[in-house]
Design a protein around this ligand. Structure first.
Ligand code: NG6
Ligand code: CA
Length: 510
């Protein structure tokens, strides 16, 4: 159902969104620029417009000028599989090796795969990914940090890439621009190892006194910039990043890409580091809130979004740019560093009360804030509770830009363009959701969620305040009437359980 909070002009606009009249035609409209702002670990309740207490005025403004989705999902409760699915239109769990990737993993998306950027590239867009990648780089042996790093984003449809190769908490702590590490001194080559210590750089385990951000679990290997990471590295001193500069560097690269492409359609996959761990905001945002570093990086993220929109406005690109703002998975407080997120959470609920969190099969794992703003095309101030999955971005944009999808590619992606932009449309019938340990559940468009039995631990082992959602018995929740998943109604509705179980098994076998 679409709720309308706008006048007659907006209504006319919305009605015109409801059919295919937003499809560009040669004489009518130019293709819009597309920006996906993909945040990391931002919860359903973390923004002001979703009830959050941490100030996010710029993102709230973005939302109020467009459409707020209240029933939108990432495909997975962790990063790599959500990103894989969004970019390829195929559920990540269909093949092994697409779980949370190490920092030296080889490319997970193979060249030749049709992707969201490759489709838009074919439609005439200049495409870029700027920010966190976490989908592996290089061939079977992994990335050659000291040479040409390929294959990577440029081989699957991006014209430009500027990457945090994996995550901020994994080595190597260097940026990769297109095929090369930025500022690498060839006389000081980088070595990376994920199983044993190499070189003589201190580690968190051996030298905790050197840490400015102590670790709480994992993350006790090589220290870079006062933070111990996952994995060991040595070399590449000149190329090392400063975590405090992530937001500024990524914004600057994005602004540059936008300016350079102001006269042609562009697609920017702007993948922020915020608000993943380690949460180290720039000095000017440190202490910006009483919520600790997690609050600071949310404020920094909000500032980034404001600056990006201002840049579009300054170039007069604002009206013809469709922005999607969303997150790769749900929230977590202690994700391996002592940053007092839990102690300082106060009355803010990162999941807006949804059960679970990052990693979990419960709702907070994958239900994410999702905002779509497209001035002049999407009326301001509307909300939609129609089911939306990020896996449908690919087919929806392909349909909108008139591109075809090859047989056998993007097999799980469906065109729900009108739903995405707030028009009336048939929702997808349902979707598969992935939690840690490859536990898959199914959510139907009429709001039932089926979680099959699984043997895993009830609480996330390294984040003991998050419920995994795993149980040895079948679970069924009526999300429309029980969004917080308080009552397992499986035994009362064996018919629904059977139907959803069968559907899930069928999709798994496709
Ligand atoms: C976990 C890390 C966590 C985070 C996560 C990936 C430990 C103990 N925990 O293994 O800190 O890096 O992987 O997060 O190492 S994600 O958002 O990229 O999926
Ligand atoms: Ca994430």
């Amino acid at each position: 159902m679409i709720k309308r909070f706008y006048g007659i002009f907006g209504l006319l606009l919305l009605l015109s969104c409801g059919n295919n009249s937003t499809k560009p035609t040669a004489e009518k409209e130019p293709l819009p620029n597309i920006i996906i702002i993909y945040t990391d670990d931002l919860g359903y309740g973390d923004l002001g417009v979703y009830g959050g207490k941490i100030p996010t005025p710029n993102i709230d403004k973005l939302a109020k000028e467009g459409l707020i989705h209240t029933n939108a999902y990432a495909t997975s409760a962790t990063c790599t599989p959500s990103r894989y699915s969004m970019l390829t239109g195929e559920y990540a769990w269909r093949q092994k090796g697409r779980g949370v990737a190490q920092g030296n993993a080889s490319s997970i998306i193979q060249p030749g795969t049709q992707t969201l950027p490759s489709i838009l590239q074919k439609a005439g867009y200049q495409t870029a990914v700027i920010g966190k990648w976490h989908l592996g780089l290089g061939g079977e042996q992994g990335p050659d940090w000291n040479g040409k790093i390929t294959p990577g984003p440029l081989e699957i449809g991006f014209n430009y890439s500027f990457l945090i190769p994996a995550t901020g908490d994994r080595v190597p702590c260097v940026f990769v621009e297109n095929h090369h590490v930025v500022d690498l001194d060839p006389t000081d080559p980088i070595t990376v190892n994920y199983s044993k210590k190499i070189g003589d750089w201190p580690t968190g385990k051996e030298n905790p006194e050197l840490l400015t951000t102590p670790y709480s679990h994992g993350h006790d290997m090589t220290i870079v910039n006062g933070v111990s990471r996952i994995g060991y590295m040595t070399g590449g001193k000149k190329a090392l990043w400063r975590d405090e500069d992530f937001a500024d560097v990524l914004l600057e690269k994005s602004q540059h890409f936008i300016s350079k492409n102001k006269n042609n359609p562009f697609f920017l996959y702007f993948s922020t580091h915020d608000i993943h761990v380690p949460r180290i905001a720039h000095e000017r945002f440190q202490g910006a809130t009483d919520f600790g570093p997690r609050g600071d990086v949310i404020v920094q993220l909000d500032w980034t979004v404001g600056a990006l929109v201002s840049h579009l406005q300054a170039l007069n690109l604002d009206k013809n740019t469709l922005i999607i703002f969303t997150s790769d998975n749900g929230p977590v407080l202690d994700d391996g560093y002592v940053d007092y997120s839990k102690e300082r959470i106060s009355n803010h609920s990162p999941s807006a009360g949804l059960r679970g969190g990052k990693y979990s099969a419960f709702e907070a794992g994958t239900k994410v804030p999702t905002i779509v703003r497209w001035p002049g095309k999407i009326p301001s101030g509307i909300t939609s509770d129609v089911l939306v999955s990020q896996i449908d971005f690919l087919a929806s944009f392909a349909a909108y830009t008139g591109q075809s999808i090859h047989k056998g590619q993007a097999i799980d992606s469906e065109n729900h363009w009108n739903t995405l932009i707030g028009g009336q449309d048939q929702a997808r019938q349902g979707m598969v959701q992935e939690a840690i340990s490859n536990v898959l559940s199914y959510i139907s468009s009429d709001g039932y969620k089926y979680i099959p039995p699984s043997k895993g631990a009830k609480m996330v082992p390294w984040g003991p305040t998050i419920e995994t959602g795993f149980s040895e018995i079948e679970q069924l929740y009526d999300l429309k009437n029980d969004p917080y998943e308080t009552k397992n109604i499986a035994s009362k509705h064996p018919d629904i359980v059977q139907k959803l179980r069968n559907t899930l098994n069928q999709i798994k076998q496709q």
